[in-house]
Design a protein around this ligand. Structure first.
Ligand code: C5P
Length: 400
């Protein structure tokens, strides 16, 4: 790594805090700077003296102490780092992060940051399995916070199960790859479409589909994590806005296209939205009354956003990627779609009944470009996103 990267390491109060000393040592050996924030309960397990000696920096503990002029306030601390890492992350700090409680320096820095955050949970197995912790973690991951572990094994409390903090070497590898990725697309601008569209039938009804937006949102987050200036144009989903991404909320296909065109120019466009193919011709502004006769709805074809961006003469993004949600002949249909729409790559996925793709956490995709078809194993939607961003970075690097 050419430029020295800095991690802000938040140490909360768990027995695994002792493993942070080893983590700091490994990171320093890999030329990654570490600055520590120690919570009050974290200080019951490790001392500021040992953290300071290993990190070679001041250890920050108090929200309101700025005793010397070289000290940084919470905002500066959280922005000056390239990555925030919470290790160990207790059930308590995860709950605070989920709700936005900022009652000490650690939680305030975590609320104020505009940088990616990685958490390494560590707690008793029952605390990890508790629905409250599981839900907190799900919400945090939905916002783009990355998790490593916990691992399964014997725990300090004498129980066995999931709850052990990931080993320092594994955390260090994850930190290193996150830091390497964080610069790969810097200076690039990306547009991502995600979610379904809603096409008005009348003042209260609409046509829609089962897209959850999870894959598109995960891609937007991964692009932002890779340093791209990212705009997510999202149809109606139940998902929180990912951090570090500008989100434009739209409802219909026509609105989605307008938003995309407003956001051009871009270097990368990824159309992951499940855009409705048709809209209702002239939906009435009132609610259609039920009168014993089913209404006949006249449909009009929606604009194809992917084809429009791919064919844009002046402002075509350098790399345009589409998705092909298919239920049969997945790859063959996707190859045809790539040709018809004029995009550079198309990512084919099976959304047939039983595939679990729509609304699920995992995806099995085939990446199709001018050179052929690449079959990827089944992965989580986050993993698909990270691998896609690696492929994009590699493509852009070799192109330039
Ligand atoms: O034609 P089909 O809907 O299967 O194509 C899927 C791809 O085209 C996806 O990338 C989707 O986001 C995009 N699309 C679009 N606008 C449409 C229809 C599909 O951008 N009106």
């Amino acid at each position: 790594m050419d430029v020295v990267k800095r991690v802000l390491l938040v140490i909360s109060g768990g027995i695994a805090a002792y493993k942070c000393l080893e983590l700091i040592r490994i990171l320093k050996a890999r030329h990654i700077d570490v600055r520590c924030v120690l919570t009050e309960s974290g200080a019951k397990f490790v001392t500021p003296l040992s953290l300071g000696a290993l990190s070679g920096d001041k250890v920050y503990q108090d929200l309101f102490s700025l005793t010397d002029e070289n000290e940084m306030g919470h905002i500066e601390l959280s922005r000056d780092a390239d990555l925030l890492v919470v290790a160990p992350a207790t059930a308590n700090i995860l709950a605070k992060m989920r709700t936005g409680i900022a009652d000490d320096l650690a939680t305030t820095a975590l609320l104020a940051t505009d940088k990616p955050v990685l958490v390494a949970p560590a707690m008793n197995v029952a605390m990890w399995d508790h629905p409250a912790t599981q839900e907190n973690m799900r919400v945090l991951e939905g916002r783009g916070i990355r998790r490593i572990g916990p691992a399964e094994g014997d725990m300090a409390c004498g129980e066995f199960g999931f709850g052990r903090m990931a080993e320092p070497g594994v955390i260090a590898d994850t930190i290193e790859s996150a830091l390497t990725r964080s610069a790969r697309l810097s200076g690039m601008r990306a547009i991502v479409t995600s979610g379904p569209t809603h096409e008005a039938v009348d003042a209260v009804r609409y046509l829609a589909n089962h897209s959850s937006g999870r894959q598109g949102h995960a891609i937007a987050r991964a692009l932002a994590d890779a340093g791209a200036d990212t705009v997510l144009i999202s149809g109606p989903t139940g998902l929180p806005d990912p951090t570090g991404v500008i989100v434009r909320h739209v409802s219909s296909a026509v609105e989605m296209l307008e938003a995309c065109q407003t956001e051009l120019p871009a270097d990368i466009a990824i159309c992951a939205a499940a855009v409705a193919d048709w809209r209702i011709d002239a939906p009435p502004a009132h609610k259609i009354k039920k009168n014993g006769k089913a209404p006949v709805l006249k449909l009009t074809e929606n604009p194809d956003i992917l084809a429009t961006l791919s064919g844009a003469r002046k402002s075509r993004p350098g790399l345009v990627i589409g998705f092909a949600a298919e239920t049969e002949n997945v790859v063959e249909n996707a190859i045809g779609k790539r040709r018809d729409k004029g995009c550079d790559w198309i990512i084919a996925n099976d959304v047939g009944l039983g595939s679990g793709t729509f609304g699920g956490d995992s995806n099995t995709v085939h990446v199709i470009d001018e050179d052929g078809v690449e079959d990827w194993p089944t992965m989580s939607k986050d993993e698909v996103s990270v691998r896609l961003i690696d492929r994009i970075s590699h493509h852009l690097e070799t192109k330039s």
